[in-house]
Design a protein around this ligand. Structure first.
Ligand code: ZN
Length: 233
């Protein structure tokens, strides 16, 4: 039970962090976390912006997409989350949002290169979901997203946004921030000329240097402190 309270707190602060770090989009976008040992997840509700979310807003939803706990409305794109959790037992957090640079980048059909450090996170694969650009409001479409994601850390969704996954809320939140930055840097560099990027070998070495569990832990702690310092209300 204590673990669930802590998980709820973590989903809420992840939303607050994403609001500040480039993922704000009105009341759209959602974070979820798998409830250990259950076919269910904790999830941000509809009708509130990322920065407004507090632990009491978080709802519980089963893997059929039914809300089973909580006072607030469920997002219609819940099936992105349910179908990824079913397909990827290693994934414990799913973040779907509409960050501007990654969304623009996804429309270009270009591979993401390790132009900046952050690009090395997605160096081994960043698929593009282009089956449809409409909202993912059915389990069938959720399955299509999960199939395109396959074993990757994220999937670009053409003319829509991004979905990022990881084994923890902390890592998924950081990867979501860094995917947006990697896309922004490549767009900036491409708009100004012909960018260079790290070799495959260096990209892998950089990933191992920078994104260790210890460093990711410190980065998460920093983003939590920053979100609390910059809180809007
Ligand atoms: Zn969406």
């Amino acid at each position: 039970m204590d673990d669930l309270v802590a998980l709820r707190d973590k989903v809420a602060i992840s939303c607050n962090i994403l609001a500040i770090e480039g993922h704000w989009d009105n009341i759209l976008g959602h974070v979820s976390a798998r409830v250990p040992g259950e076919n269910a997840m904790l999830m941000k509700p509809h009708s509130y912006g990322f920065e407004e979310i507090r632990p009491y807003h978080i709802i519980k939803v089963d893997f059929d997409g039914n809300k089973i706990e909580g006072d607030y409305e469920r997002h219609s794109e819940v099936f992105i989350h349910t179908e990824i959790y079913k397909a990827r037992p290693d994934v414990n957090c799913v973040i779907h949002s509409h960050p501007p640079y990654a969304t623009a980048f996804g429309s270009l059909r270009q591979p993401l290169r390790p132009v900046s450090h952050e690009g090395s996170i997605f160096h081994d694969g960043l698929p593009l979901f282009d089956y449809t650009t409409v909202l993912i409001r059915t389990a069938e479409l959720g399955v299509k997203v999960a199939e395109k994601l396959e074993g990757a850390r994220a999937v670009l969704m053409k003319n829509h946004g991004t979905t990022v996954v990881a084994e923890s809320v902390e890592t998924a939140t950081l990867y979501a921030i860094f995917l947006e930055k990697a896309c922004r840097i490549q767009l900036l560099a491409s708009a100004s000329g012909n960018p260079s990027w790290s070799s495959d070998e260096e990209a892998r070495e950089k990933y191992d240097q920078i994104y260790t569990p210890h460093r990711l832990g410190s980065m998460w702690d920093y983003f939590v402190r920053r979100a609390k310092r910059l809180a809007i209300d």
